[in-house]
Ligand binder design. Structure first.
Ligand code: RB5
Length: 149
């Protein structure tokens, strides 16, 4: 199950991503927003990320104007590793190396075609583990207030 969410600026892109998920028979929960009316991205970020952390959803796809604000909010939720991407390589490697569980996209930055390609590679790339596990664990340690140095 995938959580999708947006603010008003990311709303059109979220709707395009929902069409892509439906076409590919990928189940999702839309946490809002549900209209193009002004809506703050932190609310959708927290709602979607809570579903990932609880295990109700495996990953989340979040959209705002740039993808940046919503990624900042998402990364404040404990257990979330969110990456704002606008290129294929980063969307792939943030899964393979960083075990990202949230992909953030900017409606005002990329088109729906590229966004759906990024969603596809993000959802279909496995974390490689190995040497990358230690680094992901270090991110978690920072989250837990530990000093790495
Ligand atoms: C909304 O105008 C815009 O600031 C927001 O969607 C996002 O781009 C913030 O990072």
């Amino acid at each position: 199950m995938i959580a999708v969410g947006s603010d008003h600026a990311g709303f059109p892109l979220k709707e395009e991503i929902k069409k892509y998920l439906e076409k590919n028979n990928i189940a999702y929960i839309d946490v809002g927003c549900y209209t193009p009316e002004r809506f703050d991205y932190a609310i959708s970020a927290q709602k979607a990320c809570d579903k990932v952390v609880s295990g109700e959803c495996d990953k989340a796809i979040l959209c705002c104007g740039t993808g940046v604000g919503i990624s900042m909010a998402a990364n404040k939720v404990k257990g979330i590793r969110a990456c704002c991407c606008s290129d294929y390589f980063s969307a792939k490697l943030t899964r393979a190396h960083n075990d990202a569980n949230v992909l953030c996209l900017g409606d005002r930055v990329i088109g729906a075609g590229l966004a759906c390609e990024l969603v596809e590679v993000f959802l279909n790339t496995e974390f490689e583990g190995g040497r990358h596990q230690k680094r992901v664990d270090q991110i978690t340690a920072i989250e837990n207030g530990e000093k790495l140095y």
